[in-house]
Design a protein around this ligand. Structure first.
Ligand SMILES: CC(C)(COP(=O)(O)OP(=O)(O)OC[C@H]1O[C@@H](n2cnc3c(N)ncnc32)[C@H](O)[C@@H]1OP(=O)(O)O)[C@@H](O)C(=O)NCCC(=O)NCCS
Length: 149
């Protein structure tokens, strides 16, 4: 029998950040879906998931509890990494968890050869707009939408 080696944490900004190659099989699976539900209720999500089963994930554990996670992807041809969805448990916000997640994605993206890191966010999602800016990502595109149905 082959035993799966547990993911090893990377210590960043006091939070231990873990990586798993497929979100669907990760320890963060339920956390992300749970948080995505709140995200929909807040009116910041489209009526589709922003990520898929096979995307990568980084997450922070406090003891054995997932308190924050980012699902992300890497496009080798475009040499671009995309943060597809991030969430931090409300009681852990403002404590640098998102910053730690970002730092680990950046480190891994650079190792993969990335020359840029992108994320999208709802225009009214003020905390995310600010958190992205504080993480060094400047807004560079607007997206326009007209409902047809
Ligand atoms: C956005 C979110 C992920 C930030 O997580 P967090 O762990 O609280 O963020 P951090 O504590 O690591 O802060 C990172 C930076 O953003 C700033 N920031 C975070 N939340 C902020 C807020 N509500 N208002 C203003 N600035 C904020 C911090 O000051 C910090 O900047 P600094 O490094 O210059 O001090 C969190 O609020 C969240 O989970 N929101 C709900 C889910 C969501 O909207 N996800 C976005 C999907 S696109």
């Amino acid at each position: 029998m082959i035993l799966k080696k547990p993911p090893q944490p990377v210590k960043l900004l006091k939070w231990p950040v873990f990586f798993e190659a497929t979100y669907a099989h990760s320890k963060a699976f339920a956390f992300v879906l749970d948080q995505y539900n709140d995200f929909i209720k807040a009116g910041f999500a489209d009526t589709e998931l922003a990520f898929g089963n096979s995307n990568m994930v980084v997450y922070v554990l406090d003891l054995d509890k997932v308190v924050g996670a980012s699902v992300w992807s890497y496009d080798k041809l475009k040499r671009s990494a995309w943060i597809l969805f991030s969430a931090v448990l409300p009681s852990y916000r403002g404590k640098g968890v998102y910053k730690a997640l970002n730092a680990e994605i950046e480190r891994r993206a650079k190792n993969l050869g990335a020359i840029a890191l992108y994320s999208g966010m709802h225009v009214d999602n003020e905390p995310m707009v600010t958190a992205a800016a504080h993480s060094g990502r400047a807004l560079n595109w607007y997206r326009a939408r007209k409902a047809l149905a």
